[in-house]
Design a protein around this ligand. Sequence first.
Ligand SMILES: Nc1ncnc2c1ncn2[C@@H]1O[C@H](COP(=O)(O)OP(=O)(O)OP(=O)(O)O)[C@@H](O)[C@H]1O
Length: 394
Amino acid sequence: MSENCNQNCNTYSHDRDFSSFSAKPHELSNIKKVVGVVSGKGGVGKSLVTSMLAVTMNRRGYKTAILDADITGPSIPKAFGVKGKAVGNELGLFPMKSKTGIDIMSINLLLDNDTDPVVWRGPIIANTVKQFWTDVIWSDVDFLFIDMPPGTGDVPLTVFQSIAVDGIVIVTSPQELVSMIVSKAVKMAEMMNIPIIGLIENMSYFKCTDCNKEYKIFGESHIEEIAEKHNIDVLAKLPIDPKVSAACDKGKIEFFDGNWLDNIAKYLVMENGGKKMKIAVASENGMVAEHFGHCEGFYIFDVEGNQIVSSKSIPNPGHKPGFLPNFLNDMGVNVIISGGMGGGAIDIFNEKGIEVITGAAGNAQVAAEEYLRGNLKSTASVCHEHQHHSECGH
Ligand SMILES: Nc1ncnc2c1ncn2[C@@H]1O[C@H](COP(=O)(O)OP(=O)(O)OP(=O)(O)O)[C@@H](O)[C@H]1O
């Protein structure tokens, strides 16, 4: 890790230097950035945030992976619906792939029975995590997210000593204890000289779907004051969302709908120097089309380093159920922007790991540029057949 960095620099751009860590990654691994997700105490949604971060970056076209270091409470495979046993050969152990291509390694993918409890002592747990780093072949990973063991005790400390983590995200919930818990996590990061990317407050509020009112179920948040005290950023506030917990329970976290992690995604993209991606905009006379399925054509914008470097316009090849999302996926599109879109098309895009932005309007290129600046948020609006006479691309 760079000598120039201290915990206050709030950046995690480091040259990969593994010399000061006790464990080296597998020689066939190629990992660009390692982001640890920590919590001062259990049950605040650390695993959920880890999963959503990996999904969010995967949707942006990055190769992402999750190392489930929460050995005694491994919940990542279940959230992704990944079952079975990870395989290995004489070279090493291979992670298992989620439906949208996220690499996952977890103790639950090695146990005979995933309901077997892991009743190991701290050093064995820490050693297992170390092996997930040294013995697993993580090939061509842009972002490896580590779901850290909960708390700030011996096990996470040993893991941090072993693995070259580029930065950590601290997950909290809005409770009285938070100030103390965050302080502990910050101190741990300081001791290890690991940059803190920022704070994520989970279960921040609950939004009533009938009246749209927000209720602070766990009380008022003090996250801003806490963040200011430690000179770190609040990157996201996640609501309590029954759809999210249902998605976890059904193994479908990859298909969550929500843009709560856009800020942190933007930050990670910038820190990675931007990247190549393709944005498609459903268009009508150069403007964002109101209805995806029956749009005139698509602008395809090639992006490098967060800038549009080229664009082309292609006619709509025809509207058949399910056809267009697959067509755009085959073109390597990572993001689709439209006015409205049918639920069926949104589901297929989500399954393919393509980010969907609906509710956009105005000039097509400006919409793509606004997306890149982080200013274009999806309204998540779904067209229904009766509203648009089946024109939204079901
Ligand atoms: N914002 C949320 N909305 C709805 N459900 C949530 C939310 N956050 C977490 N949950 C649910 O709460 C449970 C605990 O979350 P999770 O496993 O992510 O916590 P954790 O901090 O990793 O726990 P531990 O530290 O014990 O491993 C899960 O069932 C998850 O689906």
